[in-house]
Design a binder for this molecule. Sequence first.
Ligand code: FMN
Length: 370
Amino acid sequence: MRIQQIELDSNLFLSPLAGYTNLPMRMTLRELGGLGWATTDLVNARSLIERNPTALKLVESCAGDRPLSIQLFGSRPDEMRDAAVICEEMGAQAVDINMGCPVKKVTKIGGGSAMMTELSKTADLVRRMVGAVGIPVTAKMRLGWDSENITAPDLARVLEEAGVAAVFVHGRTRAQGFSGAVSLAGIRAVVEAVRSIPVIGNGDVTTPEAARRMLAETGCAGVSIGRGAFYDPWIFRRTEHFLRTGELLPEPGFAERIRVLRRHFERYCDFYGDARGPRLFRKVAPWYAKRFGPAKPFKQRILTIESKADFEAVVSEYLSWRSAFCDASGELLPKYRPAPMSPAFSRGGAEGGPSDRDSIPVPRGPVETW
Ligand SMILES: Cc1cc2nc3c(=O)[nH]c(=O)nc-3n(C[C@H](O)[C@H](O)[C@H](O)COP(=O)(O)O)c2cc1C
């Protein structure tokens, strides 16, 4: 698929996940294959203009980190325009506008999902951004503010007129937060509302089959995956292969999971330094552990690491502890194997059920309200 002038290798996208989708995570996922496009965490437009070090760290990239879109939030058209120009100068392939974030600090300044409630103001902001840069400007939205106000189809139509190159739709309302089912019908309504720009569906895709179902039932051009990539960094490769060939590759084995965990950790240390990297990795490692089988001591001890040596000690102690649950060839005995991932909204009827989202929890902390 294409987004304006950019031809993508696959129609699979990494959703922005604040606090996670930094350069180390993006490069770890890209190396595993199948990922067509990645977006940074959301970045405050004004902070970028002010060259705030935290904002600059969020947009840090490298030659292999392509195509990359920088996601901006803000509501002042002049700031959003100037920040978009900075993104282009920094070498980003696209700029994405956050119109879906329900967090108060973002909506109270008129950004994030508040933008979905004021169509003409939002269109004006987008026009200014589009007019100022040569790279595609895209928008990421939810279905609407709440179930009484499903504005995404109208918003998408207005944004297309204003010049956005693609829209990303998380199939929930702001009021839903992360609970309740993703509405494939809601995503479909957005696909039907636009004339020709690609619509990328998003929400609760944790398996290749779920991606196929979202594509088939909504007619969307691509699928964006967020939390599914926490569990399964190989999801893009497996999904790309499945969509192309119909063959479902097995989930990777434990040795491969440990290899990639180590690689991700090394990148954290390179990126954040040997002092901060291990501490910041404390919140990443438990996601890998969710598919390890028995992992209680690992999950506890990894939260205490301060250094590279601590990390290696925790991993090697865990490897010997875990062998008690394995057969002679090192495979987990059947009763300890984690259940296979099953397509989230594909369970229990066309629109899934509330229990579906439990399979991809939101990380603990302020982001729970995302
Ligand atoms: C921890 C966390 C951080 C998020 N950060 C962002 C963000 O910075 N920008 C954004 O547009 N959406 C953000 N989201 C929403 C995701 O991009 C995505 O729309 C949502 O998680 C649904 O997709 P998923 O079920 O594949 O995760 C975040 C979600 C989570 C769980």
